[in-house]
Write a protein that binds this ligand. Structure first.
Ligand code: NAP
Ligand code: 12T
Length: 357
């Protein structure tokens, strides 16, 4: 016997990946419902070779649904999660709507699966950048408490949805067309005033990403909040404490969008209570669930390597040159898979395993 599954936001970047991942892991699906806004109602999507019509989400959409995977943004989650729970579904929510609620477990199965036991209908999937970071931190934390984390992210545009992918394509196409003309005169390559060309203002106008993203880096993800940190940075701070059950762990994050389609990268510096050897860290990470270790320091993962990969890839591990209790590493994850869709479906698999559904 399988489960009745609904995906809210099925037509989006994360929703599509959810559908793909459910199929890949042969999740026990009895019936699947694809929900989105009116805009996509009637669209046809495929699941296990079967054509399924997308429906507009309505009050009765969650009747008889066992598992509702939400990925349509925080305001839609706030609107529809209570309705889905009332209908008897367990909601696994990908948005930031409920992550910090006391009544809502925030779960990465490799780290804190047990928290699923106290759910009250809604379970939150952490932010993509937090997920891949805690998967890397947990095996080290189990060797010695981690006191401090300093992280800088290099985040793919797909994290901001399908329209952000289009934004990178459109801008890149525009800029590259101009640079192509200079291919054979590299001496003039340096300051090509493409920003003043006709259409530049229109094509390069920020939409989903707050500044030009083609051939650029933008240290601004989500909105600005307290103390000049962005909301994406605050998510990494607060979600890490909640998932790791350690309010004392100090996290300082700088989140940067880069012109990459899929795959978030993170440069992570950590300080532990006890001094650990590299060998101890390698061993812990080699045996850790959901991790692929690049032990040879000259091999290392990049976002291109992680597309479609289920594991978090870790390389460039070094000890700090001055502090015996400090280390840095490079962590890469597929933001649409482990960072979103895969983690959500893994939560559903854990619920089954723990007999909670
Ligand atoms: P996306 O590609 O822009 O897709 C948005 C999805 O939401 C589409 O399916 C869209 O349906 C649906 N939607 C929008 N407005 C709706 C409405 N009023 N009623 C019903 N459905 C509506 O975005 P995405 O990248 O997939 O992300 C979706 C959400 O997932 C984000 O807002 C974020 O909260 C969350 N997310 C979480 C993580 C994470 O870190 N875990 C990562 C990425 C995203 P239509 O086709 O009808 O427009
Ligand atoms: N703004 O789930 O823009 O809180 O990359 C995830 C990704 C919010 C979230 C992004 C975002 C979330 C982004």
């Amino acid at each position: 016997m399988g489960y009745k599954v609904a995906i809210l936001g099925a037509t989006g970047a994360v929703g599509r990946e959810m559908l793909k991942y459910l199929e890949e892991v042969n999740f026990p699906v009895d019936d699947i419902k694809l929900l989105a806004s009116k805009r996509s109602a009637g669209k046809i999507m495929e699941f296990k070779g079967e054509k399924i019509k997308v429906e507009e989400v309505k009050e009765d959409s969650f009747k008889n649904v066992d598992i509702a995977l939400f990925s349509a943004g925080a305001s839609r989650s706030k609107e529809w999660a209570p309705i889905a729970v009332k209908s008897g579904a367990i909601v696994i929510d990908n948005s930031s709507a409920f992550r910090m609620d006391k009544d809502v477990p925030l779960v990465v199965p490799e780290v804190n699966e047990e928290d699923l036991k106290w759910h009250k209908g809604i379970i939150a999937n952490p932010n993509c950048s937090t997920i891949q970071m805690v998967v890397a931190l947990k095996p080290i934390y189990d060797l010695s408490r981690i006191k401090k984390v300093i992280v800088s992210t290099y985040q793919a545009v797909s994290g901001a949805g399908l329209n952000a992918i289009k934004e990178l394509v459109d801008q890149t196409e525009f800029v590259i067309d101009i640079y192509k003309a200079y291919k054979d005169k590299l001496e003039d390559f340096k300051y090509i005033p493409y920003k003043n060309l006709p259409y530049a203002k229109e094509v390069l106008k920020p939409k989903k990403i707050p500044r030009q993203i083609a051939f650029n880096c933008v240290p601004h993800i989500d909105i600005f909040m307290d103390q000049n940190y962005t909301k994406e940075e605050w998510k990494m701070v607060k979600e890490t404490k909640k998932i790791m059950h350690d309010e004392e762990i100090s996290v300082c994050a700088t989140c940067v969008r880069v012109p990459v389609f899929i795959g978030h990268s993170e440069s992570i510096y950590i300080e532990t209570e006890k001094a650990l050897s590299l060998e101890e860290i390698y061993k812990a990470l080699e045996n850790a669930p959901g991790v692929k270790l690049y032990k040879d320091p000259t091999t290392y993962p990049t976002p291109v390597d992680v597309e479609g990969e289920n594991k978090v890839l870790i390389g460039r591990i070094r000890k700090d040159l001055d502090n015996d209790k400090a280390y840095t590493m490079w962590v890469v994850g597929d933001n649409l898979r482990k960072g979103a869709a895969q983690n959500a479906v893994q939560i559903a698999e854990s619920l089954i395993k723990l007999g909670l559904i």
